[in-house]
Write a protein that binds this ligand. Structure first.
Ligand SMILES: [Cu+2]
Length: 559
């Protein structure tokens, strides 16, 4: 009886937001016109941006666009690369670890011919790009089989923020293994902040973080790698030195291209001044002592050389999962020095810029605006055997033929992301960045956009987003790619007009529970939600007082 009441209360108040429209992968037969939008580009777009320092600090090969186009080839193969000055055989693009940096300008077209010389399928994702998810664009439903080539064409619209992005494979069940082996490289879209007179003179460093494990001249497959033996590399080296002059300001673009690991960075002697997150410019610099960057995320920061001497940039111990800091329990190397900053040479007197940053007008503060739809996405795990865990979104594992969410183009949606586990997850959605409202019940001290957010254990994260410009199918998922490959991903589609079924709030039944949705077209309900998860969920939403015994073992963050 009590249980029936509980379920009724959940029905009344919990908004499970999912849509059950089965469909095949997006078609991609149309050949896009390659040069349509870009013929007017200046060939000098890479001038008048902060200079990249070339002084022996490791850097990937650089490939620049010309006349509005970067056309390049990435050949995936198992072959030799240099990792920390040693020859290592691994899966890679074009013999480089990390993979080549693609440098383009706002409004450019990027054309990438991916040649698959691996013995397994692959594809390509341009992480963070606001581009079409269909056809030859950022379409992660493409599968490039061994021996085949596929050409991607990305037309960057005017409202894709110039900034720091990256590329990596995105074929379900192959993502972690291929990224961990070394298939990942930076993309820098120049423009925006780079043209700001207050910032243009500060020279740049690009810091591309990757994690892998090397043994006997090869990388260890991700599935066999041991956390403690998987250090983080900076542009392919362990603890390289980086020079700065006392009083000099440098701009660092930091990319967390680790397959799984969140990094919590600290620079000895000073905080970071964050200018942009995930390629999106902040309204004003955010000053933080510790910089938490989830896998897949990027941060553009300013730092200033301290007094002459050596300083460390460290990845601090971080409890990403229970035991993460304990090597004996399978955790990672704690407190790793990522690089050493050598402050040396003649003193300079650079001043940090004050005041607002040039935020583009297409990222308004969404708080306080009318919300068209509310949804809840529950992240959970289910042990199916002592050695296997399924990772679930709203009770389901990834199915490319099942669309979990249908959004209307231009509608404002609020998503509540619920992490029911004792480990961190992250939320990443393709194509459209979003605004984070709160993390673990605390409002965030900024209103700026991002494409990836780290979700603390046993808490919820609230985000706002409005899909613009592009219809089509794409995905959202946890960017701890082990979780993603084991199911924690779902298909979302954006349509111009909702069908009656998609627009209707609905209910479904599963395992004795009936679940209502206040959002469009929910025919799908959580399949594997336990009573305990249900109660936890209700508690998070303040639905009614749950007996404390039912919540034993669950530690709640203040909501
Ligand atoms: Cu996860």
């Amino acid at each position: 009886m009590r249980r029936a009441f509980l379920v009724g209360a959940v029905l009344a108040a919990c908004a499970f937001a999912v849509v059950g429209v089965a469909a095949g992968a997006a078609g991609y037969s149309a050949q896009p016109s390659i040069f349509s939008a870009s013929s007017q580009r200046l060939s000098a777009c890479h001038r008048n941006v902060p200079p990249l320092i070339h002084d022996g600090f490791p850097e990937p090969p650089l490939r620049y666009s010309r006349n509005g186009v970067l056309e390049t080839t990435l050949r995936a193969s198992v072959s030799a690369v240099r990792i920390n000055h040693q020859r290592v055989v691994t899966m890679n693009y074009d013999g480089s670890y990390p993979s080549p940096a693609l440098v383009i300008c706002d409004g450019d077209t990027l054309i990438v011919h991916v040649i698959n010389d691996l013995d397994q399928p692959t594809n390509l994702h341009t992480h963070g790009f606001h581009v079409s998810p269909s056809g030859h664009s950022d379409n992660i439903f493409v599968r490039i089989n061994p021996g085949h080539t596929f050409t991607y064409v990305y037309h960057l619209p005017y409202d894709n923020d110039p900034g720091s992005y990256w590329y990596h494979p995105h074929l379900h069940m192959f993502v972690e293994g291929q990224i961990f082996a070394g298939m990942a490289g930076p993309i820098v879209v120049e423009g925006g902040l780079d043209r700001d007179p207050a910032l243009r003179t500060f020279p740049q460093r690009w810091i591309f973080l990757t994690q892998t494990q090397v043994k006997d001249g090869k990388t260890v497959p991700a599935s066999q790698a041991q956390g403690p033996k998987s250090p983080i590399y900076v542009n392919g080296d362990l603890n390289p030195s980086l020079r700065i002059r006392p009083g000099q300001i440098q701009r660092w673009r930091i990319f967390n291209a680790n397959a799984d690991r969140i990094v919590d960075l600290r620079l000895a002697g000073q905080p970071f001044r964050v200018l942009a997150r995930d390629g999106n410019t902040l309204r004003r610099p955010l000053i933080v002592r510790d910089l938490l960057i989830g896998p897949g995320s990027r941060a553009d920061v300013l730092v200033r050389g301290g007094r002459r001497g050596n300083y460390t940039l460290k990845a601090l111990p971080f409890e990403q999962f229970p035991g993460a800091n304990d090597v004996k329990k399978g955790g990672w190397v704690p407190n790793q020095t990522l690089l050493t900053v050598r402050s040396t040479g003649r003193r300079m007197n650079d001043r940090f810029p004050t005041g607002a940053l040039p935020v583009p007008p297409w990222h308004p503060d969404l708080r306080g605006q009318h919300i068209d739809r509310r949804r809840t996405i529950v992240f959970s795990e289910m042990n199916t055997s002592p050695t296997n865990t399924n990772f679930l979104l709203n009770g389901q594992m990834f199915d490319p033929n099942h669309t979990l969410v249908t959004m209307k183009l231009g509608a404002l949606e609020q998503w509540t992301l619920v992490n029911t586990n004792t480990e961190w997850h992250t939320f990443h959605i393709h194509i459209n960045p979003f605004q984070v409202v709160s993390v673990a019940g605390k409002r965030v001290p900024y209103v700026d956009y991002q494409d990836n957010v780290a979700m603390p254990p046993k808490s919820k994260v609230v985000i706002l987003m409005r899909p613009t410009d592009f219809t089509g199918k794409f995905v959202f998922h946890c960017h701890v790619t082990f979780h993603e490959d084991h199911g924690m991903m779902a298909v979302v589609q954006v349509v111009r007009k909702l069908t009656a079924g998609q627009a209707r709030a609905s209910t479904g039944q599963q395992g004795g529970f009936e679940v209502a949705s206040s959002a469009e077209g929910s025919t799908t309900v959580p399949a594997m939600l336990t009573v305990q998860q249900f109660e936890f969920y209700c508690h998070l939403h303040h639905i009614f007082a749950t007996p404390s015994s039912a919540l034993s073992g669950i530690r709640l963050q203040p909501a």
